[in-house]
Ligand binder design. Sequence first.
Ligand code: OAD
Length: 244
Amino acid sequence: MEGLEEARARIEQASRVAVLTGAGISAPSGIPTFRDPGGLWENFRLEDYATPEGFAKNPEEVWRWYAWRYARVRQAKPNPAHHLLAELEAQKGDGFLLVTQNVDGLHQRAGSKRVVELHGSILRARCTRCGHTEPLPPPESFEPPPRCARCGTLMRPDVVWFGELLPAGALEKAQAAFAHAEVALVIGTSALVEPAASLGRLSKMAGGYLIEINPEPTPLTPVADLSLREGAVEGLARLLKAQA
Ligand code: OAD
């Protein structure tokens, strides 16, 4: 496959590589995506569980949902796609950045260090009053909703909800990496949620080479230089392992 050979050569030669991941990369670890058939937004109303208004209306229910997801994430293990990206980072060093929309911490558990979490982390709670953040206790001893150890106020999941700003500096860092990337890889995202959805386009506009890995076409497919129409594990193995 000619496109695949070129993509491999580009990755090998590139000193600046930016990667964006979405829920699809954690699907092989058993974590449900949002918009696939049977995905979370099919069974739970986004307005109720992923907006500040939904939390204000029913914090107990929202916390029950996040505690359930948190327990699943803690049980899950990083899969070979997470590990392959950690290996790529080790090869590229300073010129590498991994931007994720995922809140599950699996990239870090696979050994990735240069990670920007655009949508926060499900492993932490944040005080709704003073902003203090804390890691959640182990799922067995976690009793939601948590209260702030500093001021006693109700805490919320430390994730980004619809209508909210991204964590300070995260978007700027992500945009700079994608604008300067010689190769950009977009893996396992429906590319429907902004501003993450536009990062791949940013690379293209700046002359970068854009690779997408997703079993389904996305709005990014028409602008990608190469679209691997397969799962993250299979796609990354073919792309990053010469003889895979
Ligand atoms: P989505 O659920 O929107 O999209 C998941 C994508 O993964 C789809 O395009 C699938 O085709 C693809 N996919 C499924 N299995 C895969 C596999 N094994 N390998 C690779 N790709 C696979 O998830 P995101 O794009 O991450 O935000 O969603 C973006 C944001 O919307 C999330 O961060 C979350 C959500 O609402 C917030 O909650 C703020």
